[in-house]
Write a protein that binds this ligand. Structure first.
Ligand code: IPM
Ligand code: MG
Length: 371
């Protein structure tokens, strides 16, 4: 298979984690006779520094013409702490989502037995947690009319949804539920918001086309609580843009490390794959960031291409590193391995270069010598 992939390394730790994914995608390509061509583009603070624009037109153009986009991270503290900044890195990502009509953000939340001790939740509550969030990504309050009054004393952000916007993501979420445990939970605030009442009405109508899927509803405040109290109850969660932003960050800590979770943003054309962690500027350039979020996002990209065997192998390799303690500093602050070492190990695993009886001593040599 021949695929054209736009690579946006982005800000902070984006470049170093994305580099591991590319190393591993190349190993997959060699192993399975595929050809992946990469086209590097700018977005975010990096793009502002180099061009003055968080999303240069060439990036949009290249993305529109690609088969998929692999993205690192976005954001820089110099903009976060300056509410007067006119240009912000995040504007790049929002504009890209809109330009490519990436209307569904998909975030799987899974847990790994070897990381249970890192979760803020009790082990008995997180065993077998496995759910997936479908967050609407190109509508709602994020993209509504924004205004600040002339005197600067009031401001507004409009929240609007149309039936079409709700329908297209709902179909994806119902189809996903059919492939899984056949349960879909719509998270909204229908006791207060008009837009939420529209979501309920439209989703209820659509549900008749998916009679095998059990549909239920939760108000977002209750959902936030249930995700902590009993995350096992969820299978597929469907929600609007802002609620999805908040509950997906909340859900992401269940697994024990934010560094591990992947995401896909899909629409009708090219799809974008990115780890859910941010740019983590304090770690940039230190080779300590966890590359698994990016690597698992690459696995989602392979699935998107229909390369399921390849994606499965990548997930197997990730499990193998976790089970053998080949992990980065966020997971084991004392006996940790570097970002690039994890990338090499997974790439070697994919290329069948790791003997069944792994010689840990050789791997130990690549461990941090800080302690
Ligand atoms: C996310 C991020 C973005 C969002 C920011 C960077 C604009 O938090 O992808 O969840 O709010 O959508
Ligand atoms: Mg977010």
């Amino acid at each position: 298979m021949n695929k054209n992939i736009v690579v946006i390394e982005g800000d902070g730790i984006g470049p170093e984690v994305t580099r591991q994914s590319i190393k591993i995608l190349n190993a997959i390509a060699d192993q399975f006779n595929h050809e992946f061509n990469y086209h590097y583009c700018l977005m975010g603070a990096d793009a502002i520094d180099k061009t003055g624009n968080p999303l240069p037109d060439e990036t949009i153009e290249a993305c529109l013409n690609s088969d998929a986009i692999l993205f690192g991270a976005i954001g820089h503290p110099k903009y976060d702490n300056d509410p007067t900044a006119k240009v912000r890195p995040e504007q790049g990502l929002l504009k890209l989502r809109k330009s490519l009509q990436l209307f569904a953000n998909i975030r799987p939340v899974t847990t790994y037995p070897s990381l249970h001790h890192l979760s803020p939740l009790k082990t008995k509550n997180i065993e077998d947690v496995d759910f997936i969030i479908y967050r609407e990504l190109t509508g709602g309050i994020y993209f509504g009319k924004k205004e600040t009054s002339v005197d600067g004393n009031s401001a507004m952000d409009d929240c609007t949804y149309t039936k079409d916007e709700i329908e297209r993501i709902s179909h994806l979420a119902f189809k996903q539920a059919q492939q899984r445990r056949k349960k879909l939970t719509l998270v909204d605030k229908a006791n207060v918001l008009e837009t939420s009442r529209l979501w309920r009405k439209v989703v209820k109508e659509i549900s008749s086309q998916y009679p095998d899927v059990a549909l239920d509803f939760l108000f977002v405040d209750n959902a936030a609580m249930q995700i902590i109290l009993n995350p096992k109850q969820f299978d597929v969660i469907l929600t609007e843009n802002m609620f999805g932003d908040i509950i997906s960050d909340e859900a992401s800590v269940i697994s024990g490390s934010l560094g591990l979770l992947p995401s896909a943003s899909v629409g009708s054309g090219s799809a974008l794959f990115e780890p859910i962690h941010g740019s983590y500027p304090q770690a940039a350039g230190k080779d300590i960031a966890n590359p698994l979020g990016s690597i698992l996002s690459s696995a989602m990209m392979l699935d998107h291409f229909g390369l399921h065997k390849e994606a499965q192998l990548l997930r197997l390799a990730v499990n193998w590193t976790l089970e053998n303690g080949f992990v980065t500093k966020d997971i084991d602050p004392v006996n940790f391995y570097f970002t690039s070492t994890i990338g090499e190990l997974i790439s070697d695993f994919v290329s069948n270069k790791i003997p069944v009886d792994v010689n840990k001593e050789n791997i130990e040599l690549r461990k941090s010598t800080i302690i």
